[in-house]
Design a protein around this ligand. Sequence first.
Ligand code: NAP
Length: 482
Amino acid sequence: MRAQHRELAEQKAELVELRLDWMRSRPDVGRLLKDRPTPVIITCRRRQDCGQWSGTEPQRLALLREAIVAGADYVDLELDVAGRIPRYGSTKRIISYHNFEETPGDLEDIHRELADCDPDIIKIVTMANCQEDNVRMLNLVSSAQIPTVGFCMGEFGITSRLLCGKYGSPFTYAGFSRSREMAPGQLTYAEVRNLYRFNRVTARTKVFAVVGDPIAHSMSPLLHNAAFRRAGFDGIYLPMRIPEGMLTETVENLSPLDIQGYSVTIPHKQEALQLAAVPDSEAQDIGAANTLFRQDGLWHATNTDCSAIEQTVLDGLKRLPNPDRPLMDRRVLILGAGGVARAAVQAMQNHDARVTITNRSADRGRELAEEMECAFLPWENRSTEDYEVLINCTSVGMHPNVDDTPFPDYWMRENTLVFDTVYTPENTLLLKQARERGCATASGVEMFVRQAARQFEIFTGLEAPREYMEETMRRAMAAGPR
Ligand code: NAP
């Protein structure tokens, strides 16, 4: 524990919680406090509060009193024991309440009870079962007369864990590492400090989020927060889980948080288009939006996937032997008929390319082809098509099925452009084989960064640091799953 404490201090942590309940043998409080590199909170959580303490309750209270006598900077006392441990010396009292089930309706009453226990700081932490729980919690924090650390746990609670500072919480809680997660949804110190820059968030900081379900593995927070930092923009970008069908209602209910923009991913792209008061023609033509942004109090919607695909293909064409030939009239074969395929058709038609769609499920493919007025080819005949640009918009080849390809190498023609929208991994089997066959290639990472860069520009009004975003994404992918 002392070693980890020193390590956190080296990483500029200003206050460290020492969880005595996690120690296997009886903690030597004097030793933990001696020469401490930062101020500390001494906490010893009971099992009923999801702690690890295995001794008796009198032993636990004795340990907390010992910490106070030894001059700990803060001691954490649960609401029901706070009255039994009086104030002494210079040790500050954090009076805490935890609820691992829900964010109860009577938060204000609980806060009043905590305030009656002679606190220097109130800590109130509850389970969020929906995004709206964060709004109630942050309301409480901002109206509190006594400094209050208040946030929610669980995947839905990340919003308030990261935003509580904006509303007046003196600090938030983060884990030493993934393996030391103390509560559900807890982020690591490195994430909170370096990725989300919690210490820099103020009342003026603008808030953005990516919404989807699932959302935990989205790369968007990494890219956008890195871009904000690089551009010196005062913003924070959060991952927000919103279940299917709940986007409109949740966005409305989150309006007190004054969120300025959302990146939208599966399964909300159609609903995002419907909720926007001002959808642009690109999003309307595609029938889906991946970006919502507020202007003059109204939600605008656009689709940056389309321009990202367009730019990736235009750049890719420059790698062909006849780079000056425009996209117009080039034959493009699109594999897939989902949301990304739809954006790809639109992008290619914007340049009057000759588009053919092929899809595993013929009905879906034929329907999209009819709607977008392009040719359709049955999936089993896809090798027969003469094409100059091949775009994979299926999920085939995506992690973990990295040995799959939607278009075997013996069908490939050299001097064509092969673009795989799959980006996990970047170097898919399709792209590896295309290069071996002498084709030019373009990757899903190029597209992903481009759609994020365009969103960044819409959100901030600044030019996106695109190369830096691409570097950041490749570095993170090389480091492996978070
Ligand atoms: P979607 O709407 O679910 O469509 C998935 C498509 O993949 C459908 O056409 C589906 O065919 C096809 N498919 C799935 N499994 C298949 C298989 N085993 N064999 C043949 N076809 C198969 O998904 P989406 O939103 O369009 O996304 C598609 C892919 O694009 C994602 O998997 C992701 O890798 C990539 N993507 C990239 C970016 C980027 O920025 N680079 C952004 C978003 C998505 P059926 O109709 O027959 O089911």
